[in-house]
Design a protein around this ligand. Sequence first.
Ligand code: SAH
Length: 221
Amino acid sequence: MNKLDDEKIGLWRARQRMTRHQLSSRGIQDERVLEAISRIPREAFVPEALRDRAYDDTPLPIGDGQTISQPYIVALMTQTLELHGDEKVLEIGTGSGYQAAVLAQICQKVFSIERSYSLSAHARKILEDLGYTNILLRVGDGTVGWAEFSPYDRIVVTAAAPSIPKTLSNQLKIGGMLIVPVGDRLQQELMVLRRTETDFTIQSAGPCVFVPLIGREGWSN
Ligand code: SAH
């Protein structure tokens, strides 16, 4: 066996360990989520120099002052979305592309918007190399959604907003769900909004910390 095989096996082991110790043991029980995460090579989404930390229990820098979220948070958000497989999902904040890959393993089609051109271009390359064909990426201000393909079954915002972006909630299907961290720039609550026939219901899924959502219906800078 050569050094490359050794490295690959080591990363595979680290991924299975992470799935057990950071996810299953903390209440991630959705088999689809565990299966998706145990298959996706997270090391492909982090900078080369951090590859050996790809399965650490922490967010990691991905350039442009942004981060790839902690694996547990990705799993929690995905589990909270209660996906069944036939959904059309909109993600705001493509970042590394990792959350988009997790969603794409589980649902039918993922639309993901990123404001940084370089991050989006990098994510596109990784997702193409891994063979994903059900993810559509766009550069722009995600706080105003992606009207062209709306309404969506689910919308997930992976950056922190000062309040729930109205335009996004209006791009939800009836029966659809939006997840968004809402709070100040240092700490937020993960808010879960459901659209009913006539109204919206809101619940909290616990505290979290995300980088800021910058745009028309987010922070101004
Ligand atoms: N989901 C990502 C992590 C996202 S970090 C992953 O799996 O790696 C949050 C991202 O949101 C950053 O890349 C940031 O540039 C982006 N962002 C912030 N405001 C945005 C906006 N208004 N529209 C789109 N992307 C935005």
